[in-house]
Design a protein around this ligand. Structure first.
Ligand code: NAI
Ligand code: AKG
Length: 428
């Protein structure tokens, strides 16, 4: 595990959080990196960290201040890339880890980017639409000194969406004096967004899920699935599995947990969420379930698609799934990884399972630069091909080296990043 001296001085030991998990993952892959391990230290240090104050005038005339971040972890293979999160618990450690996982993910999926991530420590549910817009615009101006279509390209993450991306694109463009659609991805279609981007991450989870099920001889039709987080990633993935004949037996979100042993009606559940903001109180659920009991659900596949550090040493032994598809970033701690490994659970790691979003973000960026837009079929076909090939490559390395899928994905990702780093060299 992470040793004290490796904690950067700007994180206190108790703040190490998800960054510590990432460092452990890097340490686990290091013995397999051969001569490239000379460069591995570069992955343990973000290239650039920007912390910004985001002041806004509230609707009642008072002034509120929020803490904002943009971390560029690595740009050896191309511009920084990664989402922006609005959440009351966002911390520097979290944004650092999320940016680092983007570095590994873009390299493992072989899209020509580095890794970056951003966030604001705020509960957006407490803001009016006007306040949300003012906060987004102020944040964009503040991080405008380091983002740009060829420097670092933000995208949606937890609690951000197409509207937020539209405001970011507009603010950056106003400050630059010309419309720069390529500065963010995940935009509305009418502003240079890509068909299929909204569903891309969930679709990618489904594609690797099919691949993983195939490997263990599990039929998706009739398979029981439990999903934590029913937003952009979990909601879309669940719908695709549901349409393929799987039974979505349990869903948990920030406010509730619902269960039905024969499968929930996903379409009705989505309508309920649209109306009420959460799965809580869904009439189509069989029985009330406590948050804790979600981990005991009898299922074949579990999809954590909410936040980091959800599957820990305290609940991993309770999980009955044969496959875990990490829709979220960093949902499984290293200690939980070991427990799941001992139990023979196939864990498809975040850096491959949720790479569908950044892959279609790449398509969006390419389309914006060429001002030529592809059909949804073209996008989904290319997404499916990239995701299946990336997943197969990870499985191949895992079998060859006798390592977990996570270490295999890290091995592929780190090798690509460190080869680029080595070829570029350091300024003499
Ligand atoms: N949006 C994207 O394209 C991508 C997102 N991800 C990751 O997927 C995860 C989810 O992101 P999105 O679906 O975009 O966010 P979202 O904001 O659309 O949905 C988040 C979901 O998680 C639930 N949630 C929040 N806190 C929770 C808690 N404590 N327990 C249970 N559920 C909770 C919310 O109720 C909501 O259903 C994050 O880890 C994100 O980094 C990964 C790749 C791409
Ligand atoms: O679409 C993107 O550029 C990044 C999405 C993201 O933040 C992620 O994959 O975690």
């Amino acid at each position: 595990m992470t040793t004290h001296h490796e904690i950067p001085s700007y994180l206190t030991p108790h703040e190490i959080g998800p960054w510590g998990d990432y460092i452990t993952q890097i340490e686990r892959v290091t013995p397999y990196l051969g001569s490239l391990s000379r460069w591995v230290e570069t992955l343990k240090r973000p290239k650039r960290i920007l912390v910004v104050d985001v002041p806004i005038e509230r609707d009642d005339g008072t002034i509120a201040h929020f803490e904002g971040y943009r971390v560029q972890h690595n740009t050896s293979r191309g511009p920084g890339k990664g989402g922006v999160r609005f959440h009351q618990n966002v911390t520097l450690s979290e944004v650092m880890a999320l940016s680092a996982w983007m570095t590994i993910k873009t390299a493992a999926a072989n899209v020509p980017y580095g890794g970056a991530k951003g966030g604001i420590r705020v509960d957006p549910k407490t803001l009016s639409q006007g306040e949300l817009q003012r906060m987004t615009r102020r944040y964009t101006s503040e991080i405008g000194i380091i983002i740009g279509p060829n420097k670092d390209i933000p995208a949606p993450d937890v609690n951000t969406n197409e509207q937020v991306m539209a405001w970011m694109m507009d603010t950056y463009s106003m400050n630059e004096g010309s419309t720069a659609t390529g500065v963010v991805t995940g935009k509305p279609i009418s502003l240079g967004g890509s068909l299929g981007r909204r569903e891309a991450t969930g679709r990618g989870v489904f594609v690797v899920g099919e691949g993983a099920a195939n490997r263990i001889g599990l039929d998706i039709k009739g398979a029981k699935i439990a999903v934590q987080g029913f937003g952009n990633v979990g909601g879309v993935a669940a719908k695709l599995f549901y349409e393929a004949g799987a039974k979505i037996v349990a869903v948990q979100d920030h406010a509730g947990t619902v269960f039905h042993s024969n499968g929930l009606d996903v379409i009705k559940l989505q309508a309920h969420i649209k109306e009420t903001g959460s799965v809580a109180g869904f009439a189509g659920a069989e029985e009330k379930m406590s948050r804790e009991n979600f981990w005991d659900v009898q299922c074949d596949i579990m999809i954590p698609a909410a936040l980091e550090q959800q599957i820990t040493e305290h609940n991993a032994h309770r999980i009955r799934a044969k496959i875990i598809l990490e829709g979220a970033n960093g949902p499984t701690t290293p200690k939980a990884d070991d427990i799941l490994d001992d139990k023979g659970v196939l864990v498809v790691p975040d850096v491959i399972a949720n790479a569908g979003g950044v892959t279609v973000s790449y398509f969006e960026w390419v389309q914006d630069f060429s001002s030529y837009f592809w059909t949804e079929d073209e996008i989904n076909l290319r997404l499916t091909r990239i995701m299946s090939e990336a997943f197969e490559a990870v499985c191949h390395v895992a079998e060859d080296k006798k390592v977990s899928l996570r270490t295999a994905a890290f091995l592929i990702g780190c090798t690509r990043v460190l080869q680029a780093r080595e070829m570029r060299g350091l300024y003499p």
